[in-house]
Design a protein around this ligand. Structure first.
Ligand code: AVI
Length: 322
């Protein structure tokens, strides 16, 4: 019998304080900004799952189609490299759909740790995964995956897993810092498998982040709903409009919430004035050519061992070795 699904209790109060401090600091900045990690409360995670089902949002399904091919080749690769068991650590695990092809095809994986900021969502996803893979040891950890994280277990191969191009939501310098922290967490002789969205036709990018059903708009605005509910602010939800565009010079899609009129928002004793058309910058989604990503990973001390490109070139997966 394998271990039951284990969990770590959230440090709720500290997280609430950090959320409040970050929102206040971000809204005092010029231009105003909010960190994309705050999208993912329970409702936000549900909206993101809906985005992944949209025809226009190509990253999710393209990566999911690519992963079985990657996993089969990885199985051969790891058999050549080691006879040890493999412990996969997924950073920002969400709904745990992407891990399934790896668990199905990479025979040496016998332990899985899922780290995610949204605890409630993670626990149900871990319990569901346990139904599919009853022999697998599963740990669900509610934590900010961008920070270093203590991993016990010697004599095992650690394979970090960071699918979905979530790395693209970090600025390049933050991505290097994250990759360096992950390298430290995973330790000597470890590997890391990442899904990375590629640069492509601007129109396709525009459609992916401005879907016709308006789900991405709801996902974007949900951060204001959350700030109102959890921090007691008084954002008028009709006073802001979702916008997303490709910034070619920076190689990223930007998401913003644009104030439709001059308005004042209060949060406790704090007052934030918005000019008409002023925006809150809520997310960046960087796109990389595989060789650009290889260079970025090298700055964090990783060597790009292999990479795979979807047939339509719309998404890539890279295996790094420490
Ligand atoms: C999670 N992350 C990779 C998504 C992205 O495409 O940058 C978040 C997202 N934002 C809008 N749509 C999806």
């Amino acid at each position: 019998m394998s271990d039951p699904v284990s969990t770590t209790l959230p440090e709720t109060e500290q997280a609430d304080k950090e959320f409040l401090d970050d929102v206040i600091a971000g809204l005092h900045r010029q231009p105003k900004q909010l960190a994309p990690k705050y999208f993912y409360d329970e409702q936000g995670s549900r909206y993101f799952d809906q985005i992944c089902q949209l025809e226009e949002y190509y990253p999710y399904r393209t990566e999911l189609e690519l992963l079985p091919r990657v996993a089969k080749e990885l199985n051969d690769y790891f058999h050549q490299q080691t006879s040890d068991g493999i412990h996969v650590i997924e950073f920002g695990a969400g709904s745990l759909h992407k891990i399934k092809p790896l668990l199905e095809h990479v025979e040496q994986i016998d332990e899985f740790t899922a780290i995610d900021i949204s605890g409630a969502h993670l626990q149900s996803a871990c319990a569901e995964l346990k139904n599919y893979f009853p022999e697998l040891t599963i740990h669900g950890v509610e934590a900010d995956f961008t920070r270093p994280f203590p991993l016990k277990a010697e004599g095992r191969v650690h394979l970090g897993f960071f699918p979905g191009s979530t790395i693209g939501n970090l600025a390049p310098a933050e991505a290097v810092e994250f990759l360096a922290n992950a390298r430290q967490t995973l330790g000597e002789g470890s590997y890391m498998l990442l899904g990375v969205d590629t640069k492509k036709d601007e129109q396709l990018l525009h459609q992916a982040y401005n879907d016709s059903a308006g789900v991405t708009a709801k996902f974007n605005k949900n951060v204001l709903v959350r700030i109102n509910r959890e921090l007691g602010a008084d954002f008028d939800l009709d006073g802001f409009r979702h916008e997303a565009w490709y910034n070619d010079a920076k190689g990223r899609v930007e998401m913003h919430l644009r104030s439709v009129r001059e308005q004042r928002v209060t949060l406790g004793t704090q007052v934030f004035d918005f000019a008409k058309d002023e925006t809150i910058h809520t997310e960046n989604s960087y796109k990389y050519h595989p060789h650009e990503f290889e260079d970025l990973a090298a700055k964090a001390g990783w060597h790009a061992e292999k990479w795979w490109l979807a047939d339509n070139q719309m998404f890539s997966v890279t295996l790094l070795r420490s």
